[in-house]
Ligand binder design. Structure first.
Ligand SMILES: [Zn+2]
Length: 493
């Protein structure tokens, strides 16, 4: 995600996510992945009827008796403990006052046979489906779910606003298994509280014909019957599926090698340069990190409370952001296609890992694209000094400030503290690594890290060990001083 934040009164806005493409054959990759088959019908009253079948393989080394899913819409219910926005953003997020959403699970079946299910977690946000018999490692099972989704009136990842309907994190998504246990971290208004495995999606989506739709994957067919249009959408080896609909969308596109970059927008006289920013970001990151493996990348203007949000093959750009900040959000969210999309991580547990690297990727973008008139040296300096100001002011007010970065989303004391330790200090950490090991070595590490970890989930240790391998140096203790909040960051002149 991209947070836009002001540094108290004195600072400006500081920057604060055939299928053969390149060397990667997505058909081949997709063979080993779980597949969601979904039939989704979006109704005029902002509800969605969903029917979904997940073909699931037990890739853990434990026998499974149940399968757990995240029900993210539960964060949007009335009285939810883990709310989607912090109190400071509530007014901005809800354009017409409080509004609530939900997901009702209607039925669950295993291999076609009805089975028991239950909801647990603070906000009933975890769905557990009982298996009829234990699922052994490497065995497969088909879990079918029927559900109804109630979409709230909120400018968020999931919600409808005046200009568009954002449909992300709306369906039951199977939890990742680690050490034999499902990882069931709850929602959090800080950051992107999501963690999932790459999967395939075969989606049939029916929506009112008046809407145009941007989505993850490739729209292969559409049929219009009276007032509704049904789209067939396929996505291979992506870690989530999302779509955005608007009656106002206009669409511009450009081909970059094997990828079509699409820009869905409204009220945008600069649409050509915004499409170009998407094209330039894709070209730059293809060259620096390794090739984007998908055939579409949609940049989507929408009503969204924060700056932007990343989903596979698709990024949200908030319609309240303007000028150079808008361009910066496009670049940031596209960088997430590498750091979140293709190389995934647990964004609840290690939010600095993808956000820090994504913010630093923007620095690299400006180094490579001087036409954007953003001096990368100034950018790092301003980011550094904004961090120092934050720490000084918070220390004055609170007596001390925790500058550790190795915290989960729910371990940050305040939203600004989260933003400064993950995005701001995250960028500074990667810039410092570039200084310590050399920019070329950092970039060649990122190339290796990308190539070796495509379509998987990584941990910080994997990145540090990739750095150590390329540089031949011991770097754990140096990087830990940053993560543990022990390094001192001083004002830069
Ligand atoms: Zn981000």
């Amino acid at each position: 995600m991209k947070r836009l934040f002001a540094v108290f009164a004195m600072c400006v806005l500081v920057l604060c996510g055939c299928a053969k493409n390149g060397d990667v054959n997505l058909d081949k990759v997709s063979k080993n992945l779980n597949t969601y088959t979904m039939n989704l019908i979006y109704n005029d009253d902002h509800t969605l009827n969903g029917s979904q079948t997940l073909r699931y393989t037990n890739n853990s080394d434990t026998n499974l008796k149940t399968i757990c899913f995240h029900l993210y819409p539960k964060a949007f219910t009335k009285g939810a403990v883990n709310k989607p926005v912090s109190s400071t953003n509530e007014t901005k997020a809800y354009p017409n006052g409080p509004s609530y959403g939900d997901i009702d699970i209607i039925s669950a079946s295993i291999n076609g046979e009805r089975t028991e299910f239950n909801l647990s977690g603070l906000d009933n946000n975890i769905l557990t489906v009982g298996l009829l018999e234990e699922l052994e490692p490497c065995d497969k099972v088909t879990i079918s779910l029927e559900y109804k989704v109630y979409v709230p009136n909120i400018n968020h990842r999931f919600g409808y606003g005046d200009n568009a309907v954002n449909m992300a994190n709306f369906y039951p998504v199977v939890a990742v298994i680690e050490d034999g246990e499902f990882v069931l971290d709850p929602y959090n208004s800080n950051g992107d509280p999501f963690y999932s495995e790459c999967s395939n999606y075969d989606v049939t989506l029916t929506i009112p014909t008046s809407y145009k739709v941007a989505s993850t994957g490739v729209q292969t067919n559409s049929t219009t019957l009276e007032d509704n249009t049904t789209y067939t959408i396929n996505a291979k080896a992506v870690r989530d599926f999302a779509f955005v609909m608007s009656e106002k969308f206009e669409v511009a596109s450009e081909q970059v090698e094997d990828t079509t970059v699409l820009y869905y927008y409204y009220d945008d006289e600069d649409y050509k340069s915004n499409l170009q920013a998407g094209v330039d970001a894709l070209n730059t990151f293809n060259r620096l990190f390794g090739k984007y493996p998908y055939s579409t990348l949609s940049v989507v203007k929408t009503n969204f409370v924060h700056g932007g949000m990343e989903y596979p093959n698709m990024v949200y750009i908030s319609d309240v952001v303007e000028g150079a900040d808008y361009t910066n959000v496009i670049i940031h969210e596209i960088a997430h296609q590498w750091w979140y999309g293709v190389v995934g991580s647990n964004a609840f547990r290690f939010p600095w890992l993808d956000e820090g690297l994504t913010e630093y990727s923007c620095v690299l973008f400006y180094q490579e694209n001087p036409d954007y008139n953003v001096d990368p040296v100034e950018l790092v300096k301003n980011t550094n000094n904004s961090f120092v100001t934050f720490v000084d002011l918070y220390t004055d007010v609170l007596g001390k400030v925790d500058t550790s970065m190795n915290r989960s989303l729910d371990e940050y004391n305040t939203e600004p503290e989260y933003v400064y330790m993950t995005y701001v200090k995250g960028m500074l950490l990667f810039d410092n690594i570039a200084e310590v090991v050399g920019r070329d070595k950092l970039i060649s590490t990122l190339k290796t890290y990308y190539a070796e970890n495509m379509f998987t989930n990584v941990t910080p240790e994997i990145l540090v060990s990739a750095l150590e391998k390329v540089t031949g140096r011991e770097l754990v203790s140096y990087i830990n001083t940053w993560l543990e909040g022990k390094c001192v960051i001083v004002t830069m002149d």
